[in-house]
Design a protein around this ligand. Structure first.
Ligand SMILES: Cc1ncc(C[n+]2csc(CCOP(=O)(O)OP(=O)(O)O)c2C)c(N)n1
Length: 570
């Protein structure tokens, strides 16, 4: 434990140095006039060699936040992001909501318009400084972040930053917001001292209550047809092994509903795919494991007598306004620690013969499911326009075991499985579109030696601001393979309309409004315009070779590649 001294001139320099000291490697930034003291401090650090986070420029706020999100989900470290005052914050809200719902710790910061009209260093000197000020800039995202504050002076810097980082990283993690007025950043700070390491660390994750573990164990042990539904257990890679052991020990099938992380290896004997629907009606106990939406109650539900146990760091998802899934018991705990304890408790209550019988049934169910998947992708192989199942299976063929897949909607994981923890990331449950491309760049920054593949819908890709995205890939030397599954529509909007009005006007229309995306740009040329490799693929038989060429461009030529795969609608 020591106090460190740093020779700095102002708060901005001390701020950057402190971030680096606290382990923040990158500052993803979309700059404005509020950044002047930081630009100056970065430039000075480049000359003096003082350690500071590496600045990563992104030309749209959603891109900056998505890149930070992608970096954080792979490294599990905290990135900093800075945007321009009120307007930059407004553009960033969607990305913050994505990160918040996925419990991604992040220090999200924004400048404040200079407060003073004269006198202090940093005072207003551009006409925008009047109109951009808001009474409550943080009000835009106070509901979303875990904590927000404004840095008011230099002497408080260490406390504020340590509090921000410790709150962000205390499980369940999430973004925090800090505004940084220009005069405060520019304020002179002759010398700065701080504790190293920090004396204000994050809290450890909650340990499960013994009684709750025993109660959950009794429910699972008494069940004939228990089921586990998860979406995000794999956020912590250690939980993947814990879940694999637990499920295998008691032959409990695992369904990953809309997974955001790989929670169970695809070749695990208990892996029963991605749709709990077919298994719900037989289930007599369900363990909802780090999963906000285990099924869709208006479409399907377990029997009323089925017992439901929720387990997770925040098993009730307390930040969601409404979530009414049955909950007979909720266990607060991190899955990596809780599952082994639950396993030992189930062991003391369960009968071996029930497990053996279940294991036999599970093997049959799994074989049936795999045969169905095989049939689907074989039937899809010759379909033109290309079927997303075939495109997914082709990606599976070229994907090395350690590749990172970033899926914004269109990859079908049943046709493109992964076995390694930390190798699959689905878009946030908040579903703020435009995340996948930037998240893939962030993942590549975090894991430069791994192939990163972003699979995006045409709609999702457009939300992601493709010109800014490809520019960032080129500028930061982050070669990613982008596969656009292009069905020239917002299929989700079409599905929603047909779901609500199956025999309605839109269902009978050849061209219902607000669904088709006519005259889309040639996405492959946009990538090529940024120096990448681009190809349009219409023939399903040509897709494997096109993927080989794209992988070559990324891994050998070290430049980004994009395949514009013309897919069938929904
Ligand atoms: C920021 C934002 N705006 C709008 C939506 C609503 N939305 C959900 S899915 C979707 C369409 C996505 O299109 P695409 O990526 O092409 O996939 P498809 O639905 O065709 O499979 C839209 C517009 C959203 N989720 N996020």
């Amino acid at each position: 434990m020591a106090r460190k001294e740093l020779a700095v001139d102002n708060v901005a320099e001390a701020y950057l140095a402190l971030l680096a000291e606290r382990g923040v490697e990158y500052l993803f930034a979309n700059a404005g006039t509020d950044f002047a003291p930081l630009v100056e401090a970065f430039a000075k650090a480049a000359r003096t060699g003082m350690p500071v986070p590496r600045p990563v420029l992104a030309t749209h706020e959603n891109l900056a936040l998505s890149m930070a999100h992608g970096y954080a989900m792979v490294t599990r470290r905290v990135p900093a992001v800075m945007v321009h005052v009120s307007v930059g914050t407004a553009n960033g809200v969607c990305g913050v909501l994505n990160a918040a719902r996925e419990n991604v710790p992040m220090l999200f910061t924004a400048g404040r318009s200079p407060l003073t009209e004269n006198g202090l260093p940093g005072a207003r000197d551009v006409y925008i400084h009047w109109a951009q000020e808001m009474f409550d800039q943080a009000g835009m995202l106070r509901e979303i972040v875990k904590w927000e504050y404004e840095l008011r002076n230099g002497p408080q810097l260490e406390t504020v930053i340590d509090r921000a980082l410790s709150v962000a990283t205390t499980p369940p993690g999430g973004p925090v917001y800090l505004s940084l007025p220009r005069e405060v950043l520019a304020a002179p700070l002759p010398g700065f001292s701080y504790d190293s390491p920090s004396r204000r660390v994050a809290a450890a994750p909650p340990g499960p209550d013994e009684g709750a573990i025993d109660g959950a164990a009794r429910i699972l042990a008494a069940a004939e047809n228990p089921l586990i539904v998860t979406a995000s257990a794999g956020r912590d890679p250690a939980a993947v092994d814990a879940l694999a052991d637990f499920a295998q020990r008691f032959a409990i099938p695992v369904v990953q509903h809309r997974p955001r992380h790989l929670c169970l290896p695809t070749d695990h004997p208990c892996h029963l795919g991605y749709d709990a629907g077919p298994f719900l009606s037989r289930a007599d106990a369900i363990l909802v494991l780090e999963c906000d939406v285990p099924w869709i109650p208006s479409l399907e539900a377990p029997r009323p007598e089925c017992k439901v146990v929720h387990l997770g760091i925040d098993p009730l998802f307390s930040r969601y306004p409404i979530r009414g899934f049955p909950c007979d018991l909720a266990v607060t705990g991190a899955p990596a620690a809780a599952l082994p304890q639950l396993g030992d408790a189930v062991d003391s209550h369960i009968s071996g013969s029930a497990v053996a019988e279940r294991r036999r049934r599970l093997a049959e169910q799994r074989e049936d499911l795999k045969a169905d998947w095989q049939k689907t992708h074989e039937a899809a192989a010759s379909m033109r326009p290309i079927h997303m199942a075939w495109a997914s299976a082709c990606i599976a063929r070229i994907k090395p075991e350690d590749a990172i897949l970033v899926n914004e909607y269109t990859l079908m994981p049943e046709h493109c499985g992964s076995n390694r923890a930390g190798s699959y990331f689905g878009s946030s449950t908040a579903s703020g579109l435009g995340w996948g491309g930037g998240a893939a760049l962030g993942a590549k920054l975090a894991a430069p030696d791994r192939l990163v593949i972003a699979v995006l819908g045409d709609g999702s890709h457009l939300f992601g601001n493709p010109v800014a995205l490809h520019h960032a890939s080129a500028m930061h030397k982050l070669p990613v393979l982008f596969v656009i599954m292009n069905n020239s529509m917002w299929g989700a909007v079409r599905r929603a309309t047909l779901g609500m009005y199956p025999r309605g006007e839109a269902a009978h229309s050849n061209k219902p409004p607000l669904i088709d995306l006519d005259d889309l740009p040639a996405f492959e040329q946009v990538c090529a315009a940024a120096g990448g490799y681009g190809e349009r693929v219409e023939d399903p038989a040509a897709l494997p070779a096109a993927l080989d060429r794209a992988v070559h461009a990324v891994t050998v030529e070290k430049r980004q590649a994009l395949l514009n795969v013309i897919c069938r609608g929904v």
